[in-house]
Design a protein around this ligand. Sequence first.
Ligand SMILES: [Zn+2]
Ligand SMILES: [Zn+2]
Length: 278
Amino acid sequence: MTYARITILVENTVRDRGLLAEHGLAFWIERGSTLILFDTGQGQALRGNAWKLGIPLQLADAVILSHGHYDHTGGLRDALDMARDAFVFAHPAAFAPKYARNTDGTARAIGIPQLDERAVRDRARLTWVHGPRQICEGLHLTGPVPRLTDFEDTGGAFFADEVCLRPDELPDDQAAFLETSAGTVVILGCAHAGVINTLRYVRHLTDHRPIHTVIGGMHLISAGENRMRRTVEELRRLEVKQLLPMHCTGFDAAARLWREFPGRCLSCPVGGRIDLSP
Ligand SMILES: [Zn+2]
Ligand SMILES: [Zn+2]
């Protein structure tokens, strides 16, 4: 019988002995016999955590990049050194230069480190994602998410150039979703397209089936009151049963979600596992 399980390989928090936390995100997704690495963290924690948790990275059928930021792509070289011949699913913009503006006006590079597109092609079967697509039975990628809400943005001062003139709208941002008997499980990287835009798009792609669980980074770390209030309203309207706000959701926003949705939020440190009925 097909089953689905998500294991948190890299996250900002950790509880168990011998595992490492870092600012980043990586999930190990098992769907039946298909093994998928969704994001890779910054690169310091991935290999060690996988080893400690008994996760066979070398058997990954596919590596999905939610977007090109270093805290999701820094472990890609390690992952591909182990998982030879895996498919890599990404939007082309994931490989574009990416910068964040510092408070003093200077910029720092925050794009994919170590590997360029060619190096990835040398090691893996790089597949561009331009729109929604199936990865295996019951697991899909959204591809680029339409930005339709009037209260969401990319969540930070992100730029495509070093002098911070061209804003980076993160067109590469995408989410994955699993179909289960309880409803859809949405797996977010950073949700730079906006968590509500992403969830609405997933509903659109799944014939408006109910969303059961949302797990991952919601990038509400610098969200103002209006965005937070509207986000909470929309999550309530969507009747999401289970929320696992992680990584770049930010402490304030996560605390707010825990307060607004009592009994429905779960903490998710490195090593956490979610078993899903197929
Ligand atoms: Zn990001
Ligand atoms: Zn991130």
